[in-house]
Design a protein around this ligand. Structure first.
Ligand code: F0G
Length: 453
């Protein structure tokens, strides 16, 4: 059970089917165009959507809004230094700002970044820096039904080959995303992290963590990697940061706050280059685009997030939803992680071909049936299209992500979600496909307009 009780509540919109049909049509059948007042259960993202604790609200009240040398910054700095051991901690307003600053300072145009899987903003920022973002997920990740416990791992053999290839001197950076959000929210083992760090060191390439969900990765390590079963999540997180040359972190996830992030760096010279960019584009080094109250809420959130009782309850809630969905006959990416479950829409809707976007179709059905907002992670998100917007290469899997905000929804909310999915799964043939009627050239899924077809 959760080791907290609820002190402040917020009503959620309860809507009728007609209202939802109208809202979705107005939104061009794109979840990103809905207004929050039209959504009953919002599982679009676990980013910036967590509930604050009383201690975080109290911390916000003592936030020091001084421009330079704010005491809030030093509290934030001390908590992160204890966690990561990096000598340079640069606050930023969110994860993608850390990506942009690091890549501008470190990457050379025409070079390569390798990752277990780049998150979509990370990939976009690597490409904006003129580089190639290359994913090398482990082979087990391809089998989304298999039980392999660490499908977030990088493919060590493929990484070694890349670091020995004629192109090796073009590899500027290796990024390990923990947990691997683009790869089904799967964890990375400490053994894989250690081996990657050793390989990178041997070849003189820096290894950075994309540490958005560092505490959740650590929890899954306590549960799945025998050697660490007696360690605390905090000890495991500290050991993971210790292995890397630095990290980028969105703190909108495991900082359990609405806004924030940081860049942690060991190398003095690289840190100085990043510091100049930080000052020019984000803010002075003791606030970096954040308010003093944000820094204090983050310092407190980072202390709370590694509490094993909190992590266990969160993992169990996600597992409970996964079980309800599985009982309803809907397959999900296995094994279940923590921040989200990923429904296999391709398998549930075999009558909807990839060019009619089964993941998107299921996502729309979840909204129309129950006011539940989710996000497609299939061919609309990751498929390749030609100049006319026609799908040429579908995504490997047609998935729908149900991300669970931290400390927000109760068991009965999740049971409601399970029931809506079960209702859809009784008559999946009734769910129509969709076609794109308007599509921007990049980041299509955020801005496209579609219609049932
Ligand atoms: N890295 C990972 C692994 C992420 O999941 C995200 C954001 C970012 C970087 C970027 O961080 O949003 O603070 O700029 N993921 C959110 C999601 C948006 O819904 O998964 P940001």
């Amino acid at each position: 059970m959760e080791a907290y009780r609820i002190k402040v509540v917020e009503p959620i919109p309860i809507t009728g089917r007609d209202q939802r049909e109208e809202a979705l049509a107005r939104a061009g059948y794109n979840m990103f165009n809905l207004r929050s007042g039209e959504v009953t259960i919002d599982l679009l993202t676990d980013s910036g959507t967590g509930a604050l604790s009383v201690a975080q609200q109290a911390a916000a009240a003592i936030g020091d809004e001084t421009y330079a040398g704010s005491t809030s910054f030093y509290r934030f700095h001390d908590v992160i230094t204890d966690l990561t051991s990096y000598p340079h901690i640069l606050p930023v307003h969110q994860g993608r700002a850390a990506e942009r600053i690091l890549f501008s300072a470190l990457l050379e145009p025409g070079h390569i970044v390798i990752s277990n899987t780049h998150f979509d903003t990370t990939r976009a920022n690597v490409q904006l820096a003129g580089c190639e973002a290359r994913d090398l997920p482990c082979p087990e990740a391809k089998d989304i039904d298999g039980p392999y416990p660490f499908k977030g791992n990088i493919d060590l053999a493929a990484l070694e080959e890349a670091l020995k290839s004629p192109d090796a001197d073009k590899v500027d950076l290796v990024i390990m995303t923990i947990t691997n959000n683009g790869g089904g929210g799967q964890p990375v083992s400490m053994a894989n992290l250690k081996a990657t760090a050793a390989l990178c060191r041997r070849h003189g390439v820096p290894m950075f963590l994309d540490a958005a969900r560092f505490a959740e990765n650590a929890w899954l390590v306590t549960q799945r990697e025998a050697e660490y079963k007696n360690n605390t999540p905090r000890e495991i997180a500290q050991a993971a940061f210790e292995l890397a040359d630095g990290c980028m972190a969105s703190l909108k996830k495991d900082g359990i706050s609405h806004m924030g992030g940081f860049l942690g760096i060991r190398d003095d010279d690289l840190a100085n280059r990043c510091l100049n960019l930080l000052t020019a584009t984000e803010g002075f080094r003791t606030y970096g685009g954040l308010a003093g109250r944000d820094l204090d809420m983050l310092a407190q959130g980072l202390a709370e997030v590694t509490d094993p009782r909190y992590l266990r309850a969160r993992a169990e809630a996600t597992a409970h939803l996964a079980e309800l969905v599985t009982l309803a006959g809907v397959d999900i990416v296995q094994p279940v992680g923590i921040h989200a479950i990923y429904l296999n829409a391709g398998r549930l809707l075999p009558h909807v071909p990839p060019e009619r976007f089964p993941g998107h179709a299921l996502s729309c059905a979840l909204y129309l049936e129950g006011g539940i907002r989710t996000v497609e992670m299939g061919s609309l998100f990751a498929g390749e299209v030609d100049e006319q917007g026609r799908l040429v290469t579908p995504a490997a899997h047609e998935l729908v992500r149900l991300a669970i905000p931290r400390r927000v929804y109760t068991k009965s909310h999740l049971e409601y979600v399970g029931q809506v999915i079960a209702d859809i799964a009784k008559y999946p043939e009734r769910v129509p496909g969709y076609r794109v009627i308007e599509s921007p050239p990049i980041l299509r899924h955020f801005n496209a307009r579609l219609e049932p077809f």
